[in-house]
Design a protein around this ligand. Structure first.
Ligand SMILES: [Fe+2]
Ligand SMILES: [Fe+2]
Length: 286
């Protein structure tokens, strides 16, 4: 199985061109000895990335009163973790924004979903007192990267996803047509990019249904956040509000992994998620 996934990511540059710089930023931010001056120097090489970061740093998401005007400013005033989160987010937009026709995802849809999972996973991780929340955030952001790789191969098999297909069916289709799935391919890709295990493993397991309790905390959180985001609907029409489908949650609760401090704080967690997501919407034109 893993070999098939490796085959798909072998020529990945042709399928999903990853800007060299975004890749450098991603792996630099996750290196244990991450040098902030070097990281900011790298980011400043790309005016688009710098502009994105400044916009995000000045957004309500981070709630700063005084205007932040440089990447160094972000580091000094907001700290290393905020810098990691902002640089990872900005670097990922370009990777995830394109439409994925085989998955019935229009332009920006995969990005919006991924960003939502990242924000929610990060909040759940904080409540669970997980150690590496930045890795969990990145895993949330990139958990469906495999779809970017498998979109074309699926289209070549003339597969077009019906909106009504369930998540589980999707994996079965991928496996039967391509002998791998987007979780496995996503993990192979991130490993190839040199991202740490704490990012790659949760991506590889984000649809894995085997006994959840034996999984590491990061993987449980990504699995949970991905499912919860699917239960949160955005009313783009009149109200512009979010609705969390509590009944659907109750009915699938048994299948979801147990994450420390989640259930008893669920209402607070979902509220914070909705606020953060809404505040970020302006920054990335969600
Ligand atoms: Fe997925
Ligand atoms: Fe997903």
């Amino acid at each position: 199985m893993i070999d098939v996934a490796a085959e798909y990511v072998r020529d990945v540059e042709k399928i999903a061109p990853c800007p060299e710089l975004a890749l450098d930023v991603l792996s630099m931010a996750h290196a244990p000895d991450c040098s902030i001056p070097k990281l900011s120097e790298k980011i400043e090489q790309d005016p688009g990335l710098t502009a994105n970061m400044l916009q995000m740093a000045n957004s309500a998401y981070f709630g700063h009163m005084k205007k932040i005007t440089s990447v160094k400013d972000i580091i000094v005033r907001m700290g290393v973790d905020a810098v990691k989160i902002i640089s990872i987010t900005s670097a990922s937009v370009g990777l995830l924004r394109s439409p994925q026709a085989a998955y019935a995802l229009g332009r920006g849809e995969l990005w919006r979903h991924s960003f939502a999972v990242a924000i929610l996973a990060n909040i759940i991780a904080r409540y669970a007192k997980a150690r590496d929340t930045a890795a969990i955030y990145t895993a949330g952001l990139l958990h469906d990267m495999g779809k970017v790789i498998l979109d074309r191969p699926l289209q070549l098999e003339s597969y077009n996803r019906d909106e009504n297909d369930g998540q589980a069916d999707l994996l079965a289709v991928e496996r039967s047509l391509l002998h791998t799935d987007h979780a496995e391919v996503g993990m192979a890709l991130l490993e190839k990019w040199g991202l740490p295990e704490a990012v790659c493993v949760p991506v590889g397991l984000h649809h894995d249904r085997t006994p959840a309790q034996s999984k590491r905390l990061e993987a449980k959180i990504i699995y949970l956040a991905n499912h919860l985001v699917h239960l949160t609907e955005y009313d783009a029409g009149s109200s512009g509000d979010f609705f969390f489908d509590v009944l659907a949650y109750e009915s699938m609760k048994e299948e979801l992994p147990e994450v420390p401090n989640f259930e008893k704080n669920m209402r607070l967690i979902i509220e914070e998620f909705v606020d953060k997501y809404r505040e970020s919407a302006a920054v990335f034109n969600l």
